[in-house]
Design a protein around this ligand. Structure first.
Ligand SMILES: Cc1cc2nc3c(=O)[nH]c(=O)nc-3n(C[C@H](O)[C@H](O)[C@H](O)COP(=O)(O)OP(=O)(O)OC[C@H]3O[C@@H](n4cnc5c(N)ncnc54)[C@H](O)[C@@H]3O)c2cc1C
Length: 389
C-alpha cells in the first residue's frame, strides 16, 4: 500500500496533469507484473538500434538504499526569523532534489539577499546545500558550510541522477505559491545544468525510452501538455511494433543525467576553491544551529530538517538501487512501470522502488530480485535491430 500511495504522488507529478488534475494512478503504471504487460516485438522490425543491458545476478556490484525527503505539500523555501537570526529553509525535495537543487538554491538566495547581510552559513552538503552555497558565492556572499555528512555519504549520492522531477508532492496538497516556486525552480535548474554538461561535472544528455502496455498518459508532467514538456527535447511517440521494446507503447524524450559521485565531488572541490570553509558538525537541534556565528543560516538538511526544525510533514520515501558492472556501450535510459535503468560511468543503475514512510536503510533482497528479474525480462525480449534508425 505504501508503494501505491507513492505512485499516486508520482502519478500526480510525472504522470498526472499539468500540476493539478490527476489524483489516481494512470492505467499505464498499474500493472503489477512485467510478464502480464509484455507484448513480444516482432524480431527485425525495429527502427531503433540499442544495445540491450545484460542483467544477471553475477553482474551486480552493489545495492544501495536512500530515503527521499518527501513532503506532501512539496519542498520548503522560505525565510524565518528565529532568535535574532534569519533562517532560510531549503529542504524537502522528495525524489527531485538533484533536478531542482539549482532552482531552489536560486529561490533561497533571493531570500538571503533580502536580509542585507553578507555572512551566511549553509547547513548540509547534499545537492541542495552545495548548489545553494555555490550560488551565494557567485552573488557575493561569504559562505561557511556546516554538515554532518560529506559526499559520498549523503542521500544525494544515492540518487539515480535523472534530470526530471518525480515524487515531490501529493496533488491534494498543492498550493498556487508552490506551483509558482516550482515553475521558477525548474526553469532555473534546467538552464544551469546545461552549463555543466561534460566529464568534469559528470552531466550528459541521453535518450530516455518510456514504455508500457497501456497508452502512455497524454497529460501531466511527462506529456506534451505539462510544464516540463519544452525541457524534454526529441519528445516522440514511437510507433507500436516499430520500436524494440517488449511493450506495446513507447515514447522517447531526452533528458540530462547527473552522475552524483562525479557531480558532488566536483561541486565540493569548486566550493573549496572558491573559498567556502567546510566544517563537519552534527547538530542535535535548532538551538545549536542558531548558535553559529553567521547572522543568516540556510537550512539544507534534507530529511534532517524533521528533527532539527520539527517539520511533521517531512517523511522518508525509501528507494533502493541495484547497480550492475558498468557498460559504456549502453547510452540510453529506460522507464517501465515501477522500473528504471540509467547508465552511468560507475555502473548500470536499476531502480524503481518507492516505500513511503519507511525509515529502514537495509537493502531488501526481494526488491533486488524483482528489479533484476523484471529488467532481465525486458532486455532479453528487446528486439535486435534489423537496421539503424
Ligand atoms: C533511490 C533514489 C533515487 C533518486 N533518484 C533521483 C533522481 O534520479 N533525480 C533526482 O532529482 N532526485 C533523485 N532522488 C532524490 C534525491 O536524492 C534527493 O531529493 C536529494 O538527495 C535531496 O538533497 P538534499 O541536499 O536536500 O539532502 P541530502 O543529500 O540528504 O543532504 C542533506 C545534508 O544535510 C546534512 N544534515 C542532515 N542533518 C544534519 C544535522 N543534524 N547536522 C548537520 N548536518 C545535517 C547531511 O549530512 C547532508 O550533508 C533519488 C533518491 C533516492 C533515494
Amino acid at each position: 500500500m505504501t508503494r501505491r500511495r507513492a505512485f499516486q504522488s508520482l502519478a500526480a507529478l510525472g504522470l498526472g496533469a499539468p500540476l493539478r488534475a490527476a489524483t489516481s494512478l494512470p492505467p499505464a503504471t498499474q500493472a503489477s507484473s512485467v510478464s502480464k504487460m509484455m507484448v513480444a516485438p516482432k524480431a527485425g522490425t525495429s527502427d531503433i538500434r540499442l544495445r540491450p543491458v545484460t542483467v544477471a545476478p553475477e553482474r551486480v556490484i552493489r545495492t544501495i538504499v536512500g530515503l527521499r525527503p518527501f513532503r506532501p505539500s512539496g519542498f520548503v523555501v522560505r525565510g524565518e526569523e528565529m532568535r535574532g537570526k534569519t533562517v532560510v529553509h531549503n529542504y524537502g525535495h522528495g525524489g527531485a532534489g538533484i533536478t531542482l537543487s539549482w532552482g531552489t538554491a536560486h529561490l533561497a538566495a533571493l531570500e538571503v539577499q533580502k536580509t542585507g547581510q553578507k555572512e551566511v552559513a549553509v547547513v548540509g552538503a547534499g545537492a541542495v546545500g552545495m548548489a545553494t552555497a555555490r550560488l551565494l558565492v557567485e552573488r557575493g556572499f561569504r559562505v561557511s558550510m556546516y554538515t554532518r555528512d560529506l559526499p559520498p555519504n549523503t542521500t544525494s549520492n544515492i540518487a539515480g541522477g535523472q534530470w526530471f522531477p518525480f515524487t515531490f508532492y501529493d496533488v491534494d496538497h498543492l498550493t498556487p505559491t508552490f506551483e509558482e516556486q516550482f515553475a521558477t525552480a525548474l526553469e532555473f535548474s534546467y538552464k544551469r545544468y546545461q552549463t555543466m554538461v561534460g566529464d568534469y561535472y559528470g552531466v550528459r544528455w541521453l535518450p530516455n525510452f518510456q514504455m508500457a502496455d497501456a497508452p502512455l498518459p497524454t497529460n501531466g508532467l511527462l506529456s506534451r501538455t505539462g510544464p516540463v514538456f519544452r525541457m524534454l527535447p526529441q519528445f516522440t511517440e514511437l510507433v507500436p511494433a516499430r520500436h524494440p521494446f517488449p511493450f506495446r507503447y513507447a515514447r522517447r524524450f531526452d533528458t540530462m543525467f547527473i552522475q552524483p559521485p562525479i557531480y558532488l565531488d566536483a561541486m565540493l572541490r569548486e566550493l573549496r576553491i572558491s573559498g567556502v570553509s567546510v566544517e563537519v558538525r552534527d547538530f542535535r537541534d535548532a538551538a545549536e544551529i542558531l548558535a553559529l556565528p553567521e547572522p543568516v543560516i540556510v537550512n539544507c538538511t534534507g530529511l534532517g530538517a524533521k528533527g532539527l526544525f520539527g517539520d511533521e510533514e517531512l517523511i522518508p520515501i525509501k528507494g533502493q538501487l541495484t547497480i550492475l558492472i558498468p557498460d559504456d556501450e549502453v547510452t540510453y535510459a529506460t522507464m517501465a512501470p515501477e522500473l528504471y535503468m540509467f547508465p552511468r560511468r560507475d555502473g548500470i543503475v536499476l531502480g524503481g522502488s518507492h516505500e513511503r514512510g519507511v525509515w529502514d536503510l537495509a537493502p531488501d533482497l526481494a526488491e533486488t530480485e524483482r528489479v533484476l528479474t523484471q529488467h532481465a525480462d525486458i532486455f532479453r525480449r528487446m528486439a535486435r535491430p534489423a537496421r539503424v534508425g
